[in-house]
Design a protein around this ligand. Structure first.
Ligand SMILES: [Cu+2]
Length: 307
């Protein structure tokens, strides 16, 4: 444990906080030692070859070449070890994350929806049922388009950026995206999965240490990608219940979350007036015939302008 922890620290991995994480860490550790051995081995071989086949020792080219089969055996051994790592360890480990989901009521199920450049979380509330979501209902005050006419949606919890989960219970996160491909990455939990528009992709882990952990977007998803961070707070059961209670009370009375904030001096999110139109789009026609920028008041405001 101590050697592993030291090694992980040395290569910059944050401390593991999930149940399965140590298995990932072992593979990472072994792969690095293996790569280190290969690096040293090939370096020594290169230096040997430089001396062994130097022009002074071999003034005339030898068209027969080396007859020893040792390099073939060595290369085959490297391929074999790689195959064992991949087929024997990496694939079964990942299969458990994406195929063998925990059963029973013990698991917490959360929907995480990526958008440029935030993570939204949708929890089913006390009734345990996710309310209907409709993309047509999406607005600034309703980032997920939750249908308030659906009885199951009444107690649903929608939070922006910060998700709380209880310690020592499996957490299933079902991922989707509102715009482009994002990646829900939890470095401390040793898990990451793509969030793809139109798909619902589940993943799961079991946090074993309380604390606050960073959620990052692992796919370059646009100009504000660097700022697409969230927080995963692993609570003890009492704190988690308190957070849930507070959120349920807030549900329905929540005010609009702030639009994506940008650091000072940066361009606003989304298309700005006069920016590039999508391919094939008709040219903008000014119905009033007035010069650009002098449209009469009833004309709709250009896309991207806050109302
Ligand atoms: Cu992203």
């Amino acid at each position: 444990m101590s050697r592993l922890a030291l090694f992980n620290e040395w290569i910059g991995l944050p401390p593991n906080a999930s149940e399965h994480g140590y298995q990932i860490d072992h593979i990472i550790e072994f792969s690095h030692w293996f790569m280190g051995a290969l690096f040293i081995g090939w370096s020594v071989f290169l230096i040997y070859v430089l001396f062994r086949f130097h022009k002074s020792r071999n003034p005339v080219a030898d068209h027969e070449g080396v007859k020893s089969g040792i390099s073939t055996h060595l290369e085959f051994a490297v391929v074999l070890i790689d195959a064992v790592l991949l087929i024997g360890f990496a694939i079964p480990l990942w299969a458990k994350r994406v195929n063998q989901f925990p059963e029973g009521k013990d698991a917490i199920i959360v929907h995480a929806v990526g958008q440029q450049f935030n993570w939204n979380f949708h929890l089913p509330g006390p009734d345990g049922q996710f309310g209907r979501r409709d993309v047509g209902l999406v607005s600034n005050s309703n980032p997920l388009g939750l249908d308030s006419a659906d009885p199951a949606a009444k107690d649903d919890i929608v939070v922006l950026g910060e998700l709380h989960v209880p310690v020592d219970r499996p957490v299933i996160i079902e991922l989707s995206s509102k715009d482009v491909i994002h990646n829900f990455a939890l470095p401390h939990m040793r898990i990451a999965q793509d969030a793809i528009p139109g798909l619902l992709i589940p993943m799961w882990f079991k946090p074993i240490k309380t604390g606050s952990y960073e959620v990052v977007c692992g796919q370059l998803c646009g100009l504000g990608h660097y700022s697409m961070k969230g927080m995963l707070v692993v609570d003890n059961p009492a704190d988690y219940q308190a957070w849930l209670k507070e959120r349920v009370e807030l549900a329905g009375t929540q005010s609009a979350p702030p639009p994506t904030e940008r650091p000072p001096g940066e361009p606003p999110v989304g298309p700005t007036p006069g920016s590039v139109a999508p391919p094939g789009a008709p040219k903008t026609v000014n119905p009033s015939g007035a010069p650009d920028g002098q449209a009469p008041p009833p004309a709709p405001s250009p896309a991207g302008t806050p109302h």
